[in-house]
Structure formats: structure tokens, C-alpha cells
Design a protein around this ligand. Structure first.
Ligand SMILES: [Zn+2]
Length: 121
């Protein structure tokens, strides 16, 4: 059997590992940042000072197609950003995996066909 220089099988295993890794922390939605004034009237945010933020808000389309979302507590902002980035990285990797799966399947089809053609002698 001919070995391709790209070693698609190895490439596929690597992709599956990365996908597994990303899938564990994936989050769905679009991040927006808002700046707000607080409840203290004397705070500089009500005057010339900077407003408080950024407050992270994640919006996404819910089950019934309605847009919904949630505010992200400061302590987990980094993880939430990471999770949302993981979503788009996953889309890329899944597309690559789908291509490898397709090539693999077509190759299997070709091999079966060859075996069928020569197998009954
Ligand atoms: Zn304030």
C-alpha cells in the first residue's frame, strides 16, 4: 500500500485530539462589551470619569430562535472569551475533519471496489 507524505491518518488523529480538547470548553455566542455607570451618584463615572467596565455580555440565539444572553462575572471573563474563540476554531477543525473523513471514505470505497473486482477468481 502506498503511503502518502501527508499521513492523513495521523493528521486525523491529531485533529480529533484537538477537537476533543476544544469541545470541553466551547461556548456559543457573541461577546459584546458594555460600559456602565454605577449606583453611587458621587462616583466619577457620573461625571467626566470613565464608566465602569468592560462588562462582558454574551448573546446567542436560543432554542426558539429568540436572541438571549447573559452577563459574565469578572472572574470568569478570560474563560468565557476563550470558550467563544474555541467555538470558531472548532468550526475550522471540524471542516478539516470532514474533508479527511470524506477522503478516507472514498478511499475505502475504491479499495472495496478493487477487492470485489479481483476477489472472486
Ligand atoms: Zn461609578
Amino acid at each position: 500500500m502506498k503511503q502518502s507524505p501527508h499521513k492523513p491518518e495521523q493528521q486525523r488523529e491529531q485533529l480529533l485530539r484537538e477537537i476533543d480538547h476544544l469541545a470541553r470548553r466551547v461556548l456559543f455566542g457573541t461577546i459584546s462589551e458594555t460600559y456602565r455607570t454605577c449606583g453611587t451618584p458621587s462616583c466619577s463615572c457620573h461625571g467626566d470619569g470613565p464608566k465602569h467596565g468592560p462588562h462582558l455580555y454574551v448573546s446567542y440565539r436560543g432554542d426558539k430562535g429568540k436572541t438571549t444572553g447573559y452577563y459574565v462575572p469578572k472572574l470568569i471573563q478570560a474563560q468565557v472569551r476563550d470558550g467563544v474563540t474555541a467555538w470558531s476554531t472548532l468550526q475550522d477543525l471540524l471542516r478539516q475533519l470532514a474533508r479527511l473523513n470524506k477522503e478516507r471514505l472514498l478511499e475505502t470505497g475504491r479499495r472495496k471496489k478493487a477487492a470485489f473486482a479481483t476477489g472472486s477468481n
